[in-house]
Design a protein around this ligand. Structure first.
Ligand code: UP5
Ligand code: MG
Length: 199
């Protein structure tokens, strides 16, 4: 049988914009598989015998972007494993990637011709709302980067490195923007409109 090429939606937005929350809701309603690059990196950090554990740990605390070779391998492996288990599962939400030029070049190099990027779902949210949400979550998340010091760095990295990537995709007409500062259900209503239209 013919294997389908992975169909990818990149999900971007600042720290705490609601990428993970909205992806979870999408998965309940559409046949997408959610892959959070951050979650994959945190799992790799905690994996016994990982040669990248310490590097990932320090990058995450510093809000810096991990070298793409590491992230792309985790994403590629997760996509392959998903499709091996069920060949109908070829639609992916790739959450929190690509975050910089290095990420984008790495993706283009490794995935060229192997996956189609349909569009970028951009959760647009003010820095203040983003920071407040992460600090609130930090009370119980156990995440090493949900503190004020790391958050300032995460926001800086987002503004300096990730926004330009979103702008590049915008020029290609590939960005679908959602106002993510509203309540979860209001945001999701807009997400649904976009996904229903894109098919
Ligand atoms: N919440 C969500 N939506 C809400 C709403 N509409 N109203 C009110 N509250 C809302 O949500 C964050 C919090 O806000 C939660 O408590 C939620 O209940 C609430 P969440 O859905 O988790 O937001 P999300 O955008 O997913 O936030 P997250 O913190 O995961 O975003 P980041 O982009 O900062 O984190 P990520 O895990 O993607 O990356 C972490 C680090 O990993 C990066 O800083 C980087 O160091 C590294 N990384 C890489 O190096 N490369 C990668 O490719 C990816 C990550
Ligand atoms: Mg997340």
């Amino acid at each position: 049988s013919l294997a389908m090429k992975p169909q990818v939606v990149f999900v971007l937005g600042g720290p705490g914009a609601g990428k993970g929350t909205q992806c979870a809701k999408i998965v309940e309603n559409y046949s997408y598989t959610h892959l959070s690059a951050g979650d994959l990196l945190r799992a790799e950090r905690g994996r016994d015998g990982s040669e990248f554990g310490q590097l990932i740990d320090s990058y995450i605390k510093e809000g810096k972007i991990v070298p793409v070779e590491i992230t792309i391998n985790l994403l590629k492996k997760a996509m392959e494993e998903t499709m091996q288990l069920d060949k109908e599962r070829f639609r992916f939400l790739i959450d929190g990637f690509p975050r910089n030029q290095d990420n984008m070049e790495g993706w283009n190099k490794v995935m060229d011709g192997k996956a189609d990027v349909k569009f970028v779902l951009f959760f647009d949210c003010s820095n203040k709302v983003c920071i407040d949400r992460c600090l609130e979550r930090g009370k119980s998340s156990g995440r090493t980067d949900d503190n004020r010091e790391s958050l300032e760095k995460r926001i800086q990295t987002y503004l300096q490195s990730t926004r330009p990537i979103i702008e590049q995709y915008e020029k290609e007409g590939k960005v679908r923007t959602v106002d993510a500062s509203r309540g979860v259900d209001e945001v999701f209503a807009d997400v649904k409109t976009i996904l229903d239209k894109e098919g």
